[in-house]
Every structure is written in C-alpha cells, then in structure tokens.
Design a protein around this ligand. Structure first.
Ligand code: UT7
Length: 336
C-alpha cells in the first residue's frame, strides 16, 4: 500500500521524463538464414515459419557492446540536438558487457567524451531496456539529473553456441538508445512523457533461459541455453498480464494505444500480443525479420526505426513490453 502511494505520488509529480531523441546502430555484416543453413542443420523455411526471422546482423571481430552502444547514443543525441556535455547520466542495459567490470556504461561514456554524471549497467536480459528506462525515469523524477541516456546494446553473437540450432538462429547484434529529458508541468495522461513502467521478475524460472558462463564479450563467456517452448509459454501469459497492468494503471483501454513496440524475439509472440490488444499488425513495430532477437537492444532499435521513417508522431501513445532471462518481464507506456 505504502509503495503504491509512493508510486502514485511520483507519477503525478510535476516532473516527467520525455523522450527527446532516438538512435540505433546495426553492425554491417548481414547473416541470412540461408548462410546459417550451410553451417548447421536448419533451413530458411523452419526459421521463418517458427520465428519470422530472415536475417540478423553480426558484429565484426573486436567490435564491442560499448562500440555499438556509443554509436546508437551518438545518433540519439544528434536526433535530440543535445551535446554530450549536457548528459547527466547513462543507464545501459546489456547481457554482453565488454568486460566483467567496469560497467559498459562507463566505456560508452568515455567514447562519447563525457566526464561527469553517473553511468552504470542494468542486467535484466531481454527486459533490460524496460528496466533501464524505468530506472532512468525514476532518477530524473527524483532529481538525479535532467538529461539521461538510456542505451540497450548487445553482441549476442559472442555468447551463442553456433552448433546449437535451437538458439543460434534466434539472436543478433545491435544497439539502440533514447535521450530522456526532464520536462515540467506535463502531468496527466495527455502530456508527453513516460506515463508508467511495470517491472517483474521470478527467479524460480532462472534455469529455462541462461548463460552457462560469466559475462564479458571480449573473451569466451559461456553460451546461451534455452528451453524455447517453456519460455514461449511464459511469454504469452506474462506479457498479456503486464500490458493489462500498464493500461489499467493509467485508466486506459487498448484502443488508446497508437503503437505497440514489443521486444523482438519471435513474430508468433508479437502477433499474439497484437491480437490480444486488438491492434492490426500495421500498428506494431516489427524488426525481428531483419534484426532477429537483439535482447536489450530490440525495443530502442525498433523505436529508432519507427521514429526515423516518420511512423512515430508527437502525442501518440506507445506501449512497450518485453520478457527475457530471469525470468524478467515488464511494460512501459509512453506518450510521445
Ligand atoms: O528473448 C527472450 C525470450 N525468448 C523467447 O521468447 C523465445 C521463445 N521461444 C520460441 O520462440 C520458440 O520456442 C522457438 C523459436 C525457440 C522454437 O520454436 P518451437 O515451435 O517451440 O519449436 P521446438 O523447440 O518445439 O522444436 C520443434 C522441432 C524440434 O524437433 P523435434 O524434437 O520435434 O524433432 C527441434 O529439434 O524443431 C527442431 N528445431 C529446429 N529445426 C530446424 C529446433 N531448432 C531448429 C532449427 N532448424 N533452427
């Protein structure tokens, strides 16, 4: 009860975090399903039918999560018209950090030439961007800074077992970023900003999606292990519940949603969520066909793409949702 009251007070406070800029970065190298089928026992037909994935990007040797993240962050700052010196902090989501420590966020900070403010990583796997957005939003509203970069960046290719057809066909590399800015006097559902975020975790399911080694994309770090069918089952149920929770918290109906920007793991999960929300697929931002699953980067990459091609417009309501290893899952409602 106490927590809910505190949440409510924060939500209605005069300070809001508004998305001021979007950026994305994809490594150059495209790997198609056809190329994978020359190396492992799979086919374009199987991958497209079960996942919707047609191709993915793979980072070049030596290209790190911080390189991808810095490129996306630079693009987001340029889009917002904000100089790096104005950034008060970086919250970065990744499961493929450059090293065990320091945080990949400080590597991005250094690459951007920023010498002040806070910088740290959030580890919530495919839900990482929603968690990072939530943390950055709370920090802005609590007065820790007025301009915060939220970055999702992954070099999944370094933690894949390329002989395991059940996982290696599913993931890709990439990074996305948004600039969050404090704005005063925009309280209420019609004003721009992060309306609410909803985070969940249940470690009882930690063993259905995990990496069997330590972090660090510069070395050998263990490999992704997944019980796909189990994760799929949890995904549809938990994502359905959390989008209902987000809409209810704001007194909104699914009809108010202009865009669903989901985590991009599997087109079948995305379509199930669109159906649940009564949204035609044209109002869902889909990148999984070209990016595959880029974990924490998938939502900010999708946002950057839809912003870049003019689909996202001021005043629209965007619903984001994700589920990933942990299990962690969550949703965010943002008015543009
Ligand atoms: O981002 C984090 C969240 N992750 C997810 O949301 C992933 C959720 N899970 C999924 O998306 C799906 O479960 C998968 C795409 C991973 C798998 O699809 P599925 O329809 O659940 O297939 P399955 O795992 O039940 O496998 C069906 C068959 C198996 O063969 P048998 O045992 O029926 O003979 C697999 O061995 O497909 C086989 N298979 C493949 N065949 C060709 C598995 N991977 C491949 C492959 N190519 N790459």
């Amino acid at each position: 009860m106490k927590t809910e009251t505190a949440r409510e007070a924060l939500r209605t406070t005069a300070i809001r975090s508004v998305i001021a800029g979007y950026g994305g970065y994809l490594p150059e190298r495209v790997v198609t399903n056809a190329e994978l089928s020359t190396r492992i026992d799979t086919s374009d037909e199987w991958i497209v039918e079960r996942t919707g994935i047609r191709e993915r990007r793979i980072a070049r040797e030596g290209e790190l999560a911080s390189d991808l993240g810095a490129a996306a962050a630079r693009a987001a700052l340029a889009d917002a018209g904000i100089a790096p010196e104005e950034v008060d902090g970086i919250v970065l989501a990744t499961s493929t950090p450059d090293q065990t420590y320091p945080a990949t966020a400080v590597r991005v900070q250094a690459k951007l030439g920023i010498h002040r403010g806070f910088a740290f990583d959030v580890a919530a796997v495919c839900t990482g961007f929603i968690y990072a957005l939530s943390v950055a939003d709370a920090m802005i509203r609590a007065g820790h800074g007025r301009c915060v970069l939220v970055v999702g960046t992954e070099v999944n290719s370094r933690i894949l077992d390329w002989s395991d057809r059940g996982t290696c066909v599913l993931f890709g590399d990439g990074a996305g970023a948004v600039v969050l800015r404090a704005a005063e006097g925009v309280a209420g559902g019609a004003g721009p900003g992060v309306l609410s975020t909803h985070l969940h975790a249940d470690g009882a399911h930690a063993d259905i999606l995990y990496v069997d080694g330590g972090p660090g994309s510069t070395g050998t770090a263990g490999h992704v292990r997944m019980h796909g069918r189990e994760v799929f089952r949890h995904a549809v149920a938990k994502l359905s519940a959390v989008v209902d929770e987000a809409l209810a918290a704001n007194g909104l109906d699914h009809g108010a949603v202009d865009w669903l920007v989901p985590h991009q793991a599997n087109l079948r999960i995305i379509e199930a969520m669109a159906k649940k929300l009564h949204l035609p697929i044209e109002r869902v931002v889909v990148t999984v066909d070209r990016h595959a699953n880029t974990s924490a980067a998938s939502i900010p990459l999708a946002l950057a793409e839809a912003h870049g091609d003019g689909r996202l417009r001021p005043g629209q309501l965007v619903l984001m949702e994700a589920i990933g290893g942990g299990l962690t899952w969550g949703a965010a409602l943002v008015r543009l």
